[in-house]
Design a protein around this ligand. Structure first.
Ligand code: AQP
Length: 328
């Protein structure tokens, strides 16, 4: 059985991009694999977070995992900060990664662009991500397209460690969906849909009300022309909306195209609004029940306990390989 690990930052309202690009795949993978799904709160603080909001969003992400169908009886759901080994292995990884490698990370460039002062945590973020994955010797890492570069670096670090200290880490593989790996902003298809975007109309939040969803979709930017045709190079905006339709309705892109042959953008967007509402409404209902019951705290406690036991074992092995004197 393969080990799968992934996580989402509690850094904003989770979007349809996070759902399609990440969570939907987590749900699929839990049946056949040994899964660890974290809320990566240590990553969220690489950009300033307000403490009260961080706490609320952390609980929100965990509850959304469960509401979306991740079953705590089959997968480990936990908060990254509840497993101290992540921070410890992260330091060890920081000593292996090269400055030039970190400087090449496009996410760092994007998130630091135009900022007067940038925390060092944002720069060394990929070392923490490598630690997250290697701490469980994960085989597969389901991520959206945007995380591919970080995963490549994790693979390099695993290889570097194995080369220097002897075979130890599994070199992880990315698991990237064919459709929906990069859901783009509703107002600009050259940018990915992002939960920390200051423009609310650019994303659909998983917890948006039906009216908000319909309104945002009706206002989404569309390419010139009128035909509903999938071609990301000439029709990026409509193609993005078609990917969302395909993922939310569970039909192929080809079928979406057939369905709207001879119809205009207006009719397509109207139906898309209903398809997204139908995909999110049952999940939202479960979400509010989970929050109301308070059960998420027990789920997180059990998940962290299981994660800590695996993480401690791997970290002991790493420290031994690196030459640390064992504690008595
Ligand atoms: N637009 C997207 N399309 C497909 N997948 C996406 N993911 C994020 N945005 C999209 C996937 O969601 C997972 C969690 O991402 P993250 O929390 O680590 O942060 P991120 O990749 O930086 O995503 P965001 O939403 O843009 O967060 P902020 O704004 O806080 O940086 C990952 O698997 C990611 O690929």
């Amino acid at each position: 059985m393969k080990t799968v690990l992934s996580g989402i930052q509690p850094s904003g309202n989770l979007t349809l991009g996070n759902y399609i690009g990440a969570i939907k795949n987590f749900v699929k993978l839990q049946d056949e694999h040994n899964c660890y799904f974290m809320v990566v709160d240590l990553h969220a603080i690489t950009v300033p977070q307000e403490p009260k909001a961080l706490r609320e969003r952390s609980e929100m992400v965990a509850a959304l995992y469960v509401a979306a169908g991740i079953d705590p009886a089959r997968a480990n759901i936990f908060m990254q900060s509840h497993v101290p080994q992540h921070a410890e292995l992260s330091w060890l990884m920081t000593t292996l990664v090269h400055m030039g490698e970190l400087e090449r990370m496009t996410q760092f460039k994007d998130k630091s662009e135009g900022k007067e002062s940038v925390g060092a945590g944002l720069f060394v973020y990929p070392a923490l991500m490598a630690a997250d994955i290697l701490l469980y010797n994960a085989d597969l890492v389901p991520v959206g397209d945007d995380q591919k570069q970080h995963l490549e670096l994790t693979r390099d670090l695993a290889g570097r460690f194995n080369h220097r200290f002897g075979e130890f880490f599994t070199v992880p593989e990315p698991y990237i969906p064919q459709v929906g790996a990069r859901i783009m902003s509703l107002d600009d298809a050259s940018k990915k849909m992002s939960k920390s975007s200051p423009v609310e109309g650019s994303y659909i939040a998983m917890l948006d009300t039906p009216d908000q969803i319909r309104k945002k979709i009706s206002r989404a930017t569309t390419d010139s022309g009128t035909e509903v045709v999938y071609d990301p190079s000439t029709k990026p905006e409509v193609s993005n909306l078609m990917s969302i339709y395909s993922e939310c309705a569970g039909i192929s892109l080809q079928d979406v195209q057939h369905r709207f042959e001879g119809k205009m953008y207006g009719a397509f967007k109207k139906e898309l609004g209903e398809v997204v509402v139908a995909a999110l409404e049952p999940l939202q209902k479960r979400y509010y029940e989970i929050r109301e019951s308070g059960e998420i705290h027990d789920i997180l406690a059990r998940g962290a306990e299981q994660a800590r036991s695996k993480a401690a074992q791997i970290l002991d092995g790493v420290k031994d390989k690196m030459g640390f004197l064992p504690a008595k």
